[in-house]
Write a protein that binds this ligand. Structure first.
Ligand SMILES: Nc1ncnc2c1ncn2[C@@H]1O[C@H](COP(=O)(O)OP(=O)(O)OP(=O)(O)O)[C@@H](O)[C@H]1O
Length: 290
């Protein structure tokens, strides 16, 4: 669905405007606006209950927002109003893929099979949705060969080649995380949304994850991630958006956000008066430096 009404440039892949989500009397997201730029890693951070997962669920079609607009602009310039699309169309047409806080693999299938299953839609399309197509069409044979190539590519990128024939459920936790991301990449997304990808990883697994996410970005897929692990956020993000009580309290580079008194206060949980004091202190210091 093309919106044709926004003024997005090609540098922006996602624009969230005046998003609100109400659950009964609870305003989980309150008039939130932010942008994610193409070819960047954007992190969405904030204390527990700030509304991060709710934003993800609105972007990926799991929730229909109470108000607001979410526009995705593809490389081709085509725009989709995500809040108007059912979730399967967000994946299939708008090309937004996601992972969840808890790993959701086909644990009885092998690692390779997980990557092939992700390409089922492309294969069925090439078959013309018929058995004869599956058996004889050259287009299907080509698509099947492409699917295997793509799976091999992501096996290598995710450092999983040696485990390709093992059941996914037998992999260590960090490898399962990378497999989930590789599987999402096999769907060819323009925007990859990751919900706490570093949760539960040991330091070595965390480094492997960072390398994988950077290489995904460097190849041109934009990333939006929710992450609690600040070392991951500070190390790999190009842009950080900070939420508190469903509202944006800061937005900038990792170092800008890290030094923002509002962010420090949100994470330390200080009272409003103390926050005002902290802000005036920072302003006094920056004023005396000018
Ligand atoms: N389906 C729902 N029904 C009712 N309330 C909900 C629902 N989903 C989220 N909430 C509430 O909305 C608020 C934001 O929750 P959300 O899970 O988006 O926060 P979060 O920032 O992702 O938190 P965490 O870091 O703990 O995962 C919370 O108060 C939560 O209890």
């Amino acid at each position: 669905m093309t919106s044709g009404t926004t003024t997005m440039t090609n540098d922006t892949i996602l624009k969230v405007e005046h998003l609100s989500m109400k659950f009964g009397g609870l305003m989980a997201i309150n008039d939130l606006s932010f942008e994610a730029r193409r070819g960047e890693i954007t992190a969405l951070i904030g204390p527990n209950g700030a509304g991060k997962t709710t934003v993800f669920n609105c972007i990926t079609g799991f929730y229909k927002p109470t108000m607001g607009m979410i526009t995705l602009r593809q490389k081709s310039g085509r725009e989709y109003l995500l809040e108007r699309l059912p979730d399967f169309e967000i994946t299939k047409h708008a090309k937004v893929a996601r992972t969840f806080q808890n790993i959701r693999l086909f644990s009885g299938l092998t690692v390779l099979e997980n990557l092939l299953v992700a390409q089922h839609n492309a294969l069925m399309k090439a078959s013309g949705y018929t058995v004869l197509g599956l058996l004889g069409l050259p287009a299907y044979k080509r698509a099947a060969a492409d699917a295997i190539e793509k799976a091999k590519y992501w096996l290598e990128k995710a450092e999983l080649v040696e485990r390709a024939d093992d059941p996914a459920g037998d992999l260590p936790y960090g490898a399962q995380r990378r497999l989930e991301i590789a599987r999402a990449m096999c769907t060819g997304p323009e925007l990859l949304c990751l919900d706490e990808p570093a949760a539960g990883l040991n330091p070595k697994e965390s480094l492997a994850l960072n390398a994988l996410l950077r290489s995904i970005r460097d190849e041109g897929t934009s990333l939006l991630l929710i992450e609690h692990d600040m070392s991951v956020v500070m190390e790999i993000s190009d842009h950080v958006v900070v939420l508190e009580y469903g509202q944006k309290i800061s937005d900038g580079t990792p170092s800008e956000v890290k030094n923002d008194p509002k962010v420090i206060a949100a994470y330390l949980g200080v009272e409003d008066e103390e926050l005002t004091e902290a802000i005036s202190e920072v302003e006094a210091v920056s004023g005396s430096e000018e």
